[in-house]
Design a protein around this ligand. Structure first.
Ligand code: ZN
Ligand code: ZN
Length: 322
């Protein structure tokens, strides 16, 4: 039975005790043992034709985590899902091996803006997104914190925290946790320093509804070293210090087309970009993140040999598991 909102941390402790109890015979089941310590692999999949089709596509890929857009993310006021589509989605999920679903909020939303009209539209769109997640039983929603557009980071952080409070005050019973994503720091975007995310959470009253989503491409582009063992450890310690380990609920696994500290957000296939395999080996085997959903946001489709690109990226990640 799948649950769209399973808590990743609870599963990992069970796996650890199983390992301690020696339930996995090292010689017979090395594959299971290594898989049990891994992240919960997933992908952002298309909902074209219906949300339930993304669940079926996830099963075809053999993944247990799924990210979707719950509505057209290019529109301010997309149509909410119909009763039939909600039921089809929930039924597909109940039949599938998918254990964790996360939605990604619209890129139009800017909770940091000082412009009253844009702020109003952003708050309304985010509240509607959370409503859709609640209706679908999706318990996590990733959003980019926002861009300050010249007003400065401090003011933006306060505005984002206030906006999140306004949203959750309107829907106090929501079961959805909003995950603030680490960003590359393009333009005036907030979220390229871990401190930004920590400060937003500290300033907000709705803390119990907040968490963090890492993005490897964005962190690398923002100037956080993931590629050397020492650099990776320093980066992750800084992250845990700023936001707290239990806030980290989801990871986006993407390589980067642009160089380290380029502050540009361009995703590349795993191991094919400026990040490279080592960083993914570190993160996939990091016991701090054991069992966390990890979503590919790399280009979809097929390569010149008609092989599915997600399958290639997933195979590469699995190979990196110890
Ligand atoms: Zn994102
Ligand atoms: Zn991302």
């Amino acid at each position: 039975m799948a649950d769209a909102g399973s808590e990743p941390w609870s599963r990992s402790s069970a796996n650890r005790s199983e390992l301690r109890a020696g339930r996995f015979n090292r010689r017979q089941t090395p594959y299971q043992e290594s898989r049990s310590r891994m992240l919960l692999l997933g992908s952002h999949l298309s909902v074209a034709g219906g949300l339930h089709l993304a669940v079926e596509a996830a099963d075809e890929l053999g993944i247990q985590a799924l990210q979707v857009f719950t509505a057209n993310q290019r529109q301010w006021q997309p149509k909410p899902p119909t009763e039939e589509s909600i039921e089809a989605f929930k039924n597909a999920l109940a039949r599938s091996g998918v254990k964790f679903v996360v939605s990604h909020a619209s890129y139009l939303i800017n909770l940091a803006t000082a412009d009253p009209a844009n702020r109003g539209k952003s708050i309304e769109a985010m509240r509607a997104e959370i409503d859709r997640c609640d209706a679908l039983g999706i318990k996590h929603c990733v959003v980019h914190p926002g861009a300050h557009l010249g007003a400065g980071e401090e003011e933006a952080i306060a505005r984002i925290a206030d906006a999140l409070d306004e949203i959750y005050e309107a829907i106090p019973k929501s079961k959805v946790r909003t995950l603030l994503e680490t960003t590359a720091g393009q333009g005036t975007c907030i979220g390229h320093r871990f401190e930004h995310l920590g400060d937003i959470i500290k300033a907000a009253n709705c803390k119990k509804h907040l968490g963090v989503c890492l993005d490897t491409c964005h962190m690398h582009a923002a100037g956080y070293d993931l590629c050397t063992e020492g650099g990776y450890e320093k980066t992750m310690r800084s992250l845990v210090r700023c936001v707290g380990k239990t806030r980290i609920r989801c990871i986006h696994l993407n390589d980067s087309k642009t160089p380290f500290a380029s502050r540009k957000d361009r995703h590349e296939h795993i191991g094919q970009g400026t990040i490279g395999d080592d960083a993914f080996r570190f993160i996939i085997n990091d016991p701090r993140f054991e069992g966390l959903p990890s979503i590919l946001e790399t280009e979809k489709g097929e390569n010149e040999k008609a092989a599915n690109l997600d399958k290639i990226n997933l195979a590469r990640l699995r190979k990196l598991a110890n």
